[in-house]
Design a protein around this ligand. Sequence first.
Ligand code: NAD
Length: 435
Amino acid sequence: MKIVVIGTGYVGLVVGTGLTESGHFVTCVDRDAEKIRLLSEGKLTIYEPGLEELVVRNLEEERLRFTTDIESAIDDNLLVFICVGTPSLPNGAADVSEVLACAEQVARAMKGYHIVVIKSTCPVGTADKIREVMAGITTQPFDVVVNPEFMKEGAAVDDFMRPDRILIGCDDVRVLEIMKELYSPFLRTGKPLLTMSVRSAEMTKYAVNAMLGARISLMNELANICEACGADISEVREGLMADQRFGATYLFPGLGFGGSCLPKDMVACTQFAEEKNVVCDMLKAVAAVNDRQIDQFARRIIDYYGDAIGKKRIAMWGASFKPRTDDIRCSPALRVVDALLAKGATVAVYDPVSGPRVREQYGSRVEVAAKSYAVLENADGLVISTEWREFHHPDFERMASLMRERVIFDGRNLYTPRIMAGHGFKYFSIGRASV
Ligand SMILES: NC(=O)c1ccc[n+]([C@@H]2O[C@H](COP(=O)([O-])OP(=O)(O)OC[C@H]3O[C@@H](n4cnc5c(N)ncnc54)[C@H](O)[C@@H]3O)[C@@H](O)[C@H]2O)c1
C-alpha cells in the first residue's frame, strides 16, 4: 500500500517507519524543513530506541521518504495518517488547529478517494469536524477513521510492532477491512483489533490516560499517607501488586507524572466534558494531586537547605519525563529545576540523552554535564528525577567522595534507605521513612 503520514514527531515517525517494516511505501510529511532534511539523510531529531536503524534501512530500501510538500505527497496514496501535535490552549483545551489545517490541505490536494486516519489525540467530536471541513473543500470521496495511538515513548517501536490492541473508530465496513488488512502483520500474536464508533475511539484514548494518571496520583497520595504514619509504600505496593484485580503496572510512586500526553490530555478531557456540563471531580483531583506532588518534592529539597539554598550546588540525575526518551516536555524534573533556580541554587543536570534539550531550554542558567559522576563534583545534594537504568546501581562510595554533602532526594525510590544509611547518605525518598 502507499501511505502518507503527516507529522514526523514521536508518533508520526514511529508510525511511518513501522508501516514500512511490513512492506508498505510511506511518505512522511512535516512542515519543519530542517527535520525533513535530516531525516532524509537518516538522521533522527528525536531519541527513540531502535528507531534510527529502521529509518536508515527503509530509506535504503526506498520504502520510506520524507518531504515538506503535502500536496505532492497525497498523490495516489490510499491512506493518509494525521499525527501532528494537539498541544494545550491557555484554557487547557486541546488545540486541534494543526489537525484541521492538515485535513484542509489533504482535501485540497485530493484527486481521488482517500482514507484519512486520525492518530493525533483529539477531543470527542473532532473527527466529525474534520469530515465537515473536508466536505466543504472537496467533492472527492473520502472516509475519516480514528485510530488512537497508545505507544509509550522509550518503547514506542516495540509498542507499535507488538501493540496490546489496535483500536479503530470507523462507520464503514469496507474501510474497516482495509484497516484490518493494514494492521494484520502486527496482530499475529492474537492481540485484538477493536472496532467501535468514531466518538468512542476518540474517548477511549482520553479514558486510558485518565486511568493511568489516576493510578499514579492515587499511589502518590497513598505514599504521602505512608510517610506520615510510618508505613513503607514499597511494601504496600507489593501487597497491591499481588492482587489480581490490580496488576503490577503504574503502581510506582514518584515525584509526579509528566510528558507531552498525560497532563495535557487530562486537562483537555476535563475541558470538553465541562463544555457538556459534566462534572469532572476525579480528573481534576488527579491533576491537582500530581501538581502538588511535584511541588512538594521541590519544597522538600528547598526546606532541607533553608536560607542557604541560594549558595548550594544541586546535581540532578535525569531530565526526561521518563527513561529511554529525550522528551523533556512537561517533565517533572524541570519543574524541580525551575523551583531550585527561583531560590538561587546552582543546578547541574546529567541525563543520558536529553542534555542537549536541557541546554537548549535553559542556556547558561543550568549546567549540563556529559557524565553521571562528573555532575556530582562539589554537589551539595543529588536529586534523582528519572529512573534511567544506569542510576539503579551506582558506586555509592565514588558518589560520596565527589559530593560536598552526602544528600540524595530520590524522586523514583531507586535505593534502599537502610543501605543508603550504611553509606552515610541522608536519603529522602517517596512514601518511605527518610534516613
Ligand atoms: N508522544 C507520545 O508518546 C504520544 C502517544 C500517543 C499519542 N500522542 C498524540 O499524538 C500526537 C502527536 O504527538 P507527538 O508527540 O508525535 O508530537 P510532536 O510534537 O513530537 O510531533 C508533531 C510533528 O508534527 C509536525 N507538524 C505540526 N503541524 C504540522 C502541519 N500542519 N503539517 C505538517 N507537519 C506538522 C511538527 O513539526 C512535528 O514534527 C499528539 O496529538 C499527541 O497527543 C502522542
